[in-house]
Design a protein around this ligand. Structure first.
Ligand SMILES: C[S@@+](CC[C@H](N)C(=O)[O-])C[C@H]1O[C@@H](n2cnc3c(N)ncnc32)[C@H](O)[C@@H]1O
Length: 269
């Protein structure tokens, strides 16, 4: 079937919509990407134009379709032990130098499909054998959260998981599950996922965290949105706690409420 074309005006409507909902700035260069990702939604509704699809989203009567659009327009690329120096810092600097037996809580604040949260869980299981700990993962996309909750991944995606952790914490599938693995139940029991849109203030009910990972999501935000997101998160970080961001991100000129202890790692005074 012939794919619907998008006009500059129509693209601008979607740019504004995804910016308003998720804070994501889609540059003009992302036009082809947007058409590629949303074309099947137009087909699903038999719409001939993007304007028809936009009107349906904007009239407020189809929240589930709005969520589908968010799921399709977010970029969810992630992998286990991405940027491994952060997990080494967590183990060797934060945990090794801690002198408290209180429960240790870490938040993976744009967790995508869970690889980051479970990499943290494996690190905590090793480093805190006799201290209670918990990992919370969150994302705006319900599609990736459903995958994260299952904790079921392809064996083709295990690069980065240390072999010892693989043996201990990853259960290889057999028969119809061959080629995949499941995160061990003792880690899944201590790891939970929920939908949180970082654009909104975070409810106090989530509690406070020793460490917040906010990695590879601010690349999609303009400076104003970055500042808003960081200020939404910081109240949930304990004084002295660490905020860890992605390798190509910085909080320079974004906030002075967190001190840079080394590139990409910040501490709340
Ligand atoms: C590229 S992934 C990063 C995953 C992981 N943190 C990592 O570094 O591998 C970015 C994630 O941010 C999520 N995201 C984008 N905008 C968001 C928002 N406003 N609130 C919460 N999550 C958002 C996307 O759904 C996506 O799963």
């Amino acid at each position: 079937m012939h794919e619907a074309a998008i006009s500059d005006q129509e693209f601008a409507l979607f740019q504004r919509l995804i910016y308003k909902i998720a804070g994501i700035s889609l540059s003009d260069a992302k036009k082809i990407l947007l058409v590629g990702r949303l074309a099947r939604r137009l087909r699903a509704y038999n719409f001939a134009t993007f304007t028809q699809y936009y009107r349906m989203l904007a009239n407020g009567e189809h929240p589930e379709e709005l969520q589908t659009m968010v799921d399709l327009l977010t970029t969810n690329e992630t992998y286990f032990f991405r940027e491994p120096q952060h997990f080494a810092f967590l183990r060797d600097e934060i945990i090794a130098k801690r002198n408290s037996a209180a429960a240790f809580r870490v938040w993976s604040a744009a967790s995508s499909s869970g690889e980051e949260a479970y990499s943290i869980a494996m690190t905590l299981a090793e480093a805190l054998p006799s201290t209670p700990w918990e990992v919370v993962g969150s994302d705006i996309s319900t599609q990736v959260l459903a995958k994260a909750e299952k904790g079921h991944y392809s064996l083709a995606r295990t690069d980065g998981i240390p072999p010892g952790h693989m043996k201990k914490y990853c259960l290889k599938g057999v028969r119809s599950n061959a080629g995949s693995f499941l995160i061990a139940p003792e880690l899944r029991q201590k790891t939970s996922f929920l939908q949180i849109n970082l654009m909104h203030p975070v409810e106090a009910a989530i509690g406070e965290f020793e460490v917040i990972f906010l990695r590879n999501v601010m690349i999609y935000f303009d400076p104003q949105t970055k500042a808003k997101v960081v200020h939404n998160l910081l109240p949930r970080l304990k004084p002295g706690g660490h905020l860890i961001i992605g390798h190509s991100e910085t909080l320079n000129n974004i906030t002075d409420r967190a001190i840079c202890v080394r590139p990409t790692i910040y501490r709340k005074p």
